[in-house]
Design a protein around this ligand. Structure first.
Ligand SMILES: [Zn+2]
Length: 117
């Protein structure tokens, strides 16, 4: 999964909205004849769409992101079919540990390295 920063998306929307506003502002400064000949409905639409988009993005919940600790499954010499989490020391069966990418007890990420003997 990847994450994006709300501020970055909003900044981009603000930029696009500004492009529309600039066109509309310039258009408003012209004569009525000019205005009738030049259609700026696309620029108005861009302003409205970006304004709505910014409101939508601002309403999205902010994820609380916690980084999992790193861990490894460690073989226990005395217990032949068990191993433990290097982070919290919880014991799991050796067979189960092969399928677990995260420690079920502390959430440590076990994907980076192999098991320790
Ligand atoms: Zn653990």
């Amino acid at each position: 999964m990847s994450y994006i920063r709300k501020e970055d998306v909003i900044k981009r929307c603000e930029f696009i909205k500004k492009l529309g506003e600039d066109v509309v502002l310039e258009w408003q400064g012209h004569t009525e004849d000019y205005k009738e000949q030049h259609d700026v409905s696309d620029a108005f639409a861009r302003m409205r769409e970006m304004r709505d988009m910014i409101l939508f993005i601002e309403s999205l919940p902010v994820a609380e992101i916690a980084v999992s600790p790193k861990g490894q499954w460690v073989w226990d010499e005395e217990r032949e079919y068990e191993c433990h989490c290097s982070n919290c020391k919880s014991v799991v069966s050796e067979k189960a540990s092969r399928k677990m990418r995260f420690c079920p007890y502390c959430g440590a990420d076990m994907r980076m390295k192999g098991r320790i003997k």
